[in-house]
Design a protein around this ligand. Structure first.
Ligand SMILES: [Zn+2]
Ligand SMILES: [Zn+2]
Length: 395
């Protein structure tokens, strides 16, 4: 391989059909977070067949494959998430989800297929490969629950990983366009619950009860004001209450109201500040309405994805060599979250995006039943992944 030429184009080319077939197979058989049994079996089989050392059962359904090259070099990890979502697919295709109510609506089928193919290529050229490539197949990204237990189970050790890279496919960019940005790239996420407790009674005599619904309504509005009044304008924070549940009947004052919501930020300080203030605020507002309330951050929290500067610059340079300048651009931060952030907190690296948008301009949003992947974007993902891995493994 010359340093200025695309990496092993023949190896990529001859696997492109199989890459699509593999992606469609995962698409046809989607599995929810921490239930990716079939998916993880196939991953383990394929890695095994390619001659990798394979560890299974990390974070329940996670798989780690280690490929040691014949030449000295670094140890670099490639991370792919493997889970699907609780949605019913609207697309009518031979590979449409065969599991009612479950669907790959975020592209993780593509991530999994790319990572397996990448392992295949590197294994086939093991003699020329420096260092060790570690493949992290992470379950339960969609509930932000898989990365932490993978790391705790030692996914970044034995061998000790020096850097970590990964990609996310996106329907918001044209097929094959690769984007990344140094610094904050995706928001932090904190799922939270507010429980307001009052005292139930007759709807006609509110003075004899303590109404948790009115309290909850005011707490909700106040939480929104808090974000707009206490966060500097140049920072960003989004707070959404996605669920407000209370009561059973129009003329009964219930004794309890429950809200759940999510907070997104790009800055660890802002995240901390808002969470602390929400806690105080909810308590004080509840008191003002004679209710009691608790604020708790639930599972499904993770920090912002923050790309490391040197590794991101390296990744962008590599992408330009692999697929050409015209297909690489600086990305914008997105408010969505991804627990790839935890791997990037533990090791330097970069998480980039690869376009899979269809040319007709009709939106196919992620996490929606009408999500649809333009498979023409997959080769760019594979090419850049291969270039990034091989070039970063070199000492
Ligand atoms: Zn998703
Ligand atoms: Zn995703």
């Amino acid at each position: 391989m010359k340093k200025t030429e695309p990496t092993w184009p023949d190896e990529v080319e001859k696997r492109l059909d199989a890459l699509v077939t593999l992606r469609r197979d995962f698409h046809r058989h989607p599995e929810l977070s921490f239930q990716e049994r079939r998916t993880s079996e196939i991953i383990a089989e394929r890695l095994h067949a390619a001659g990798l050392e394979v560890r299974t059962g990390l974070a329940k359904t996670g798989v780690v494959g280690v490929l040691r090259g014949d030449r000295p070099g670094r140890t670099v990890a490639w991370r792919a998430d493997i889970d699907a979502l609780p949605l019913t697919e609207t697309l009518d295709a031979p590979f449409t989800s065969g599991t009612p109510g479950v669907m790959h609506a975020c592209g993780h089928d593509g991530h999994t297929a790319i990572a397996i193919t990448l392992a295949d290529i590197l294994a086939a050229r093991r003699r020329e490969m420096p260092g060790s490539a570690v493949f992290l197949f992470q379950p339960a990204e969609e509930i932000l629950g898989g990365a932490r237990p993978m790391i705790e189970a030692g996914a970044l050790e034995h061998p000790h990983v020096d850097q970590v890279y990964g990609l996310h496919l996106t329907t918001t960019a044209p097929a094959g366009l690769v984007t990344a940005r140094p610094g904050p790239a995706m928001a932090s996420a904190d799922g939270f619950t507010v429980e307001v407790r009052g005292r139930g009674g007759h709807g006609a005599m509110p003075h004899l009860s303590i109404d948790p619904i009115t309290a909850a309504a005011n707490i909700l509005l106040g939480m929104q004001n808090l974000v707009s009044r206490e966060i500097p304008a140049q920072e960003s924070a989004v707070l959404t209450i996605g669920q407000l549940v209370s009561g059973t009947k129009s003329n009964i004052i219930p004794d309890r109201a429950l809200m759940t919501g999510t907070l997104r930020t790009f800055d660890a300080g802002v995240r901390q500040q808002v969470l602390e203030r929400l806690d105080e605020y909810v308590g004080h507002m509840a008191q003002a309405y004679r209710t009691q309330a608790s604020f708790s951050v639930s599972l499904g929290s993770c920090p912002a994805v923050v790309n490391h500067a040197a590794e991101t610059e390296f990744m962008m340079r590599t992408a330009a060599l692999e697929i050409g300048d015209a297909s690489v651009a600086e990305g914008r931060p997105v408010m969505a979250s991804d627990d790839m952030s935890l791997f990037l907190e533990a090791r330097p690296g970069c998480y980039f995006r690869v376009g899979i948008g269809l040319p007709d301009g009709r939106p196919r949003p992620h996490h929606a039943p009408e999500f649809e992947m333009n498979e023409a974007g997959l080769p760019a993902g594979l090419r850049v992944a291969l270039g990034v891995m091989l070039r970063s493994l070199a000492p």
